[in-house]
Design a binder for this molecule. Structure first.
Ligand SMILES: C[C@@H](C(=O)O)C(=O)SCCNC(=O)CCNC(=O)[C@H](O)C(C)(C)COP(=O)(O)OP(=O)(O)OC[C@H]1O[C@@H](n2cnc3c(N)ncnc32)[C@H](O)[C@@H]1OP(=O)(O)O
Ligand SMILES: [Co+2]
Length: 132
């Protein structure tokens, strides 16, 4: 059911510093910050030849990454995002398998439908699915 790796997300405590480091020391193609109020985060995408890195920084009072950054003040890998062809088919299959789908299907940072799966159901790794 899952296809390509769309992105790996890293929660960062200092977005400007993280962008400067990836642009400078790593010589990466770093995009512009993009506020995602529906998701409670500001994101920056870094284009790599074979995938993307997504920096996450909290936005607003109820950011879903606030707790993660409290526990990991230096930042850390927050989720991985796999591509799927049909997100409703994927959601129904996962619910039937007993996985916890977190909230509803929403429109993600690429203007495509996304959903999240509880990290405790997936080997301690928060999983995002994106319909492409
Ligand atoms: C824009 C969009 C896009 O790409 O298009 C995005 O990516 S938006 C990206 C941001 N949006 C999301 O993450 C939406 C889905 N996330 C959520 O609903 C939440 O963040 C949860 C995953 C439910 C975690 O919420 P919260 O931190 O409040 O819960 P909690 O502190 O009770 O955590 C429950 C347990 O899960 C662990 N836990 C929390 N976040 C985790 C993570 N990212 N990876 C692995 N484990 C994690 C905690 O350490 C804790 O374990 P222990 O009990 O063992 O201590
Ligand atoms: Co993401």
């Amino acid at each position: 059911m899952i296809g390509r790796l769309n992105h790996v997300a890293i929660a960062v405590p200092d977005l400007e510093a993280a962008c400067a480091q990836y642009r400078g020391a790593l010589g990466a193609n770093v995009g512009e910050p993009q506020d995602e109020p529906d998701h409670g985060v500001t994101v920056v995408f870094i284009e790599l030849p074979n995938t993307k890195i997504e920096f996450l920084y909290p936005l607003g009072d109820n950011s879903p990454i606030a707790g993660f950054l409290e526990k990991n003040p230096a930042g850390g890998i927050h989720h991985i995002c796999y591509e799927v062809d049909d997100i409703e088919v994927a959601r129904d299959k996962l619910l039937a398998e007993g996985a916890r789908v977190l909230g509803d299907i929403k429109i993600g940072a690429h203007n495509k439908p996304v959903l999240f799966l509880h990290p405790k159901d997936f080997n301690g790794c928060l999983v995002e699915l994106e319909q492409v």
